[in-house]
Design a protein around this ligand. Structure first.
Ligand SMILES: C[S@@+](CC[C@H](N)C(=O)[O-])C[C@H]1O[C@@H](n2cnc3c(N)ncnc32)[C@H](O)[C@@H]1O
Length: 263
């Protein structure tokens, strides 16, 4: 399967490699790594689906894990390969999260799906990607699935920064006028969901949720303040974020969420 042209064009020009390296962007990376580290065991075999330029895959391979990666966009695969260090036990192939038939059942101890669900627009496509991630994971293994959350994005990218024109989204039927639930198409690039959508997606799967995490919490809303913090204040902010990132009364405000579940 080939990426749609909107996705291809976006990742040709977007510096995906830099996304998680800004101070405020690092909050999502550090949070995800913190939860990964909680479950990783020496010798684990890992699969990253939608690995992008390999920020997570390379970080994990450099810690000694064997990592296989799947990525849809060629440009990202080229950067992934360029970022590979000689000592890494790592592979990357072009593929689609909805069809991992190149991989057999029950192979991986941990499977990362940190990106494809941002760009799959129908319930069926998202379910197929989740089904495939679960299929290739061994019983007892853990899947980490990331989403873009609509309320965090609407407040940050919409009302705060003006990158999303909320009035226009309403006019075009991309937002429900009553409850502001989002609806996206490939040309809009990002599929924005709420936790209730994720719960509905996950309903048929016989897995056990371990954590539902606001992976960047309010970090994007506070991007300028976070980038200005001295090291000590940033460490304090991170401690606060780690302490509250699973609180039910706060998870809706995040821009990205991480659903962690066990097969
Ligand atoms: C926001 S990036 C995340 C990359 C990386 N996982 C990370 O968290 O840094 C999303 C990635 O998912 C990839 N992607 C989108 N749809 C996909 C699909 N159906 N199958 C595989 N990869 C896909 C994109 O090309 C992009 O590299």
């Amino acid at each position: 399967m080939q990426p749609n042209r909107y996705l291809n064009e976006f990742y040709q020009s977007y510096d995906e490699d830099l996304r998680l390296t800004t101070r405020h962007g690092s909050v999502e990376f550090l949070t995800t790594m913190r939860y990964l580290e909680r479950y990783l065991k020496p010798g684990d075999r890992l699969l990253e689906v939608g690995a992008g330029t390999g920020r997570y895959a390379h970080a994990l391979a450099r810690r000694g894990f064997s990592v296989d990666a799947v990525e849809l966009v060629e440009h990202n695969i080229e950067l992934f390969q360029k970022n590979t260090a000689p000592q890494e036990q790592i592979s990357v192939v072009q593929g689609d999260a909805r069809d991992l038939s190149a991989f057999s059942d029950n192979q991986y101890d941990k499977t990362l799906l940190l990106g494809p669900l941002y760009h799959l627009y129908s319930f069926e496509d998202k379910r197929r990607a989740i089904h495939e991630a679960i299929r290739v994971t061994r019983p007892g293994g853990v899947v980490f699935a990331a989403y873009v959350i609509s309320d965090g994005c609407l407040i940050d990218e919409g009302f705060r920064r003006g990158n999303i024109d909320v009035a226009d989204y309403l006019k075009r039927g991309l937002l429900d006028p009553e409850n502001f639930a989002a609806h996206s198409e490939p040309k809009d690039l990002f599929e924005l969901v709420r936790k209730e959508d994720i719960d509905a997606l996950m309903r048929p799967f016989a897995v056990k949720r371990l954590h539902y995490v606001a992976s960047d919490g309010c970090a994007l809303l506070l991007r300028d303040e976070i980038d200005r913090m001295d090291e000590e204040t940033f460490r304090l902010f991170l401690n606060y974020h780690f302490a509250v990132c699973e609180r039910e009364d706060l998870v809706g405000i995040t821009s990205h969420a991480l659903d962690i579940f066990q097969k």
